[in-house]
Design a protein around this ligand. Sequence first.
Ligand code: F6R
Length: 602
Amino acid sequence: MCGITGFIGDTDALSKIVRGLYRLEYRGYDSAGVALLEGDPADLAVYKSAGRVGDLEVPTVSDATCGIGHTRWSTHGKPTDENAHPHTDCTEHFAVVHNGVIANYDELRGDLETHEFTSQTDTEVVPHLLEEEYSETSDLRAAVESVTDRLEGSYALGVIAEESDRIVCARHNSPLVVGHGEDGNYIASDVTAFLDQTRDASYLLDGDVAVVSDDDVTVYADGEPVDRPIQHIEWDAQAAEKDGYQHFMRKEIHEQPWALRQVLASHVDTVDRTVDLDIDLDDDYLRNVDEIQLVACGTSYHASLYAKYLFQTLANVRTSVEVASEYEFEGGRDPTRTLVAGVTQSGETADTLDAVRRSAANGATTLGVTNSLGSTITRVVDDSIFIRAGPEIGVAATKTFSSQIATLVLLCLHVADVRGELDSADGRRLLENLRNLPSAIQQALDNESRIQAVADRYLDEDAFFYIGRRMGNPVSLEGALKLKEISYDHAEGFPAGELKHGPLALITEETPVIALLTDGSRPDDTITNVKEVQARGAPVIGLASEGTGNGTLEERIEVPSLGRLEPLVANVYLQLFAYHLADQKGRPIDKPRNLAKSVTVR
Ligand code: F6R
């Protein structure tokens, strides 16, 4: 996904901007660029090209102290040098970087017929509109405000202009944050871009326009100055680096015990073992809720599916899970008694935000479950729960999957408690399992060489099937998603009972089947499906509870005993299986082709 960075101060802007671009690489991109105000009087210089940040041909030294940079993930127009940002106007007076989609760009281009366009992007209308508006006022902020009034869709914009010693930025439905540094100020789509320079950040809200100079930041809403408080970001730059691991993904898989302890420490009282999620949703409301809808995409959708079983069985509340891009607030339900929770690691996924906004427009109460403090979802929903897994840089979600499930388990326990549904023995058992989850996952991590050896043995196969029931089903879907994303092998997950209704036709001795045979996944039933595929010659890799699947599996990996959370421990083996298989194949694990960490377009 696109990334924005910018700096204005009293030192070299180029190196700070390029550094920011490298730090934004994890978001996934296909082109990069920088615009600088060089010399005195300032001249606008733009350096941009398709490809990696490392391919950018920028000067080795520059006297510029103000500039903006961008990593582009194509939406309008192919990844070419011309389509890379920053974009400029005909006079090359203004440079613009943009995240988001300008929905009415075609119409705006029609209004700009005397202007010569050099790209196929939606963004390029912005500098051309600025050229027109600036000639009226000679005030960059006023020009940006007039232009944004004409834009439809979503944008985070960073703008610089010759003769103007400031960066003007604006946001609407796309994140933008200002960093307050010692030697100048930063703009970025994500704090990671400047976290090694400053941890003091203020988040812009939709409709804000900020004027950033070397020693001042002023934010305007509806033309009036407004206060956007400075937050001190706790993550340090080190936390966002690899810590000696070859890939962020493996580091993040290994961080799971730590991340889960963070989740527990934040929300569970160590003395009386009560859950406090720090939410304002009142107990009366939760008591009377008819239905909880979880809306999410990808891995977050799988985490929600896992949680659904617990909400239904433990809290006895009807729970549905919807892929956010397919979501409609259907009739037949009372919106005032429907809680819609958007589950999103990044808090920026456009499909999830859209689903949550639509449910709110229908009168439902909304909740965000996210890893990103200050992300868009937290501003869209009535209430949020922060999962506190720390920054996740690898494109493939790993530690946030387990932390999301742990957080949803806590929410489930809270809802069950409020509704008087919590059978105390059952609830105590689940909470105890949750408390033991970090050490059970540590045991799986300590057994990494075993799953690595299995991955090595099946390296030459190019299709894998994953099966499981109940909570083993979302884990089989997630295991298959992880493998396909990072190894590019064909992998599919199925409810185990569905195999015989079609997919069984694909099973041969060359299609290994990975079976979830843990507690919480009805292992006794799934064993029958294991036999079905073995009868067609497929080797079976079983992730099994103690005493299950002995003597019947080609590969048997034992999962530490943990009741209904065993499938979640098994998932760690599946993450490592995908990782080692992809690593052996030399895949770019942290940045798989065609994928982005944060999907802010619909
Ligand atoms: C897969 C993955 C994606 C995300 C999905 C939703 O490894 O990371 O499937 O889970 O794009 O992202 P969030 O959770 O940020 O809404």
